[in-house]
Design a protein around this ligand. Structure first.
Ligand code: SF4
Length: 200
């Protein structure tokens, strides 16, 4: 699989602590996409499904979330990751910008066998920073597993601040303008904020 980034122990892309995989390459190219650095299929690096599953197991994570880029542009690799995750008692959450009527047979397999799916184009005019796990209001969450008890499914802004081994901060999700301003005052200009909107 061609990936841009893999981070274990994240809690804002699905239920519980998860290993999150940003795939590299997207053919859909939604206008206003904040991850356009992930469109190029030549970027990133290669990683096997075994290595991703191993990362999740080593960190004691509940599951794996795969987003993009467009995961279903690498459908064979996603299929392999779904099956390997299940063999190792990990649940798999899949993001796709494809609509249901566009799916081919292999992509359909992935939608039907992933445990949770966030499906649909990112539509810039329907953008909201207050949605659970989604970027625009047209996108839907499909549950193919029982919804875990006690889970908070309320729509809300989610932000994750991570202190990395090299001492840098990484901010995931939708930091508010005031949060960005405060961080900028304390730590200087933040890298990686795109579209002047704070999505990282
Ligand atoms: S599918 Fe995702 S990565 Fe691809 S253009 Fe749309 S929002 Fe961006």
């Amino acid at each position: 699989m061609r990936v841009s980034l893999v981070l274990p122990n994240s809690s804002i892309y699905g239920p519980g602590l998860r290993t999150v995989v940003w795939t590299q390459g997207c053919s859909i190219r939604c206008p206003g996409c904040w991850n356009d650095a992930l469109w190029d299929f030549k970027g990133g690096y290669k990683l096997d499904a075994e290595e991703i599953v191993e990362e999740a197991i080593t960190n004691g994570n509940l599951g794996i979330t795969i987003l993009g880029g467009e995961p279903l542009d690498q459908v064979e690799s996603v299929k392999e990751l779904i099956n390997l995750s299940h063999e190792n008692d990990l649940n798999l959450m899949l993001y796709t910008g494809y609509e249901e009527e566009e799916l081919n047979e292999k992509q359909r397999y992935c939608i039907d066998n992933a445990d949770i799916v966030v499906i649909g184009r990112y539509v810039d005019g329907l953008r909201s920073e207050e949605l659970l796990w989604r970027g625009s209001t047209n996108q839907r969450i499909i549950w193919n597993m029982d919804i875990p008890e006690g889970i908070d499914l309320s729509e809300r802004r989610q932000v994750e601040v991570r202190l990395e081994n090299n001492g840098n901060f990484r901010i995931l999700g939708y930091p508010s303008d005031s949060m960005i301003m405060n961080y900028t005052k304390r730590f200087g200009k933040l890298k990686g904020i795109s579209k002047e909107r704070g999505k990282i």
